[in-house]
Design a binder for this molecule. Sequence first.
Ligand code: MN
Length: 246
Amino acid sequence: MNDRRDFFKKIGLLGLSGLAFKLVSNEQLSALEALGHQAGNSTPFTLSPLPYTYNALEPYIDEQTMLIHHTKHHQAYVTKMNETPSTNIDFQVDDMTKCRHIDQYTSAVIRNNLGGHVNHTLFWTLLKPNKDAKPNLPSGKLAEAINRDFKSFEEFKKQFSEKASKHFGSGWCWLIEKDNKLLITTTPNQDNPLMKVAEHQGKIVLALDVWEHAYYLKYQNKRADYISNWWNVANWEKAEELYLKK
Ligand code: MN
């Protein structure tokens, strides 16, 4: 149970949205665990509403992309998790307490769909509207750490953009803290840096979805354009909150 709480704490979602993770409250945990195998028939995962409207990130991320990304793609990960019968060989409700190590499951269903649910829930919070096209820069301790580890914000932006645009195929680009140092890394599919399979494990500070479904409607094959526009709507306040989380 602690592993699960620890996992959600690490990614800063605990308490953020009771709807997103019904699993996080102790009462519900106990209720689910008491249900044992039958809990597969309950629906422990739900899609929480976005903290802004679907058109709020225009003109950088368009309304239709946000709508489909949230109500179709993210919803599909949630639905698949809920459809996964708990009687499946290596999957029981009790095993979900070990979300921190979801990659340990041989079942790709769990790794991909729980990973997808966690990554997207986090990603939505790391975006924020920027209607006035204001310069969007990190501040405070996170800005200091970026300057310390990348020399300047511009240099960090360049390296992150390169890494994100060059990542082959579907996946995510992350800013993480590892060994008290900021690091840019990518993961394939719906893996993330909390998973043991990740090339670099660490505390997630910033996340960027580089799956085609995140940009194709507006940007088609031009992933680099999507990335350069995304900088306008990165939520640095949330990123700093994640960075400062112990
Ligand atoms: Mn996505």
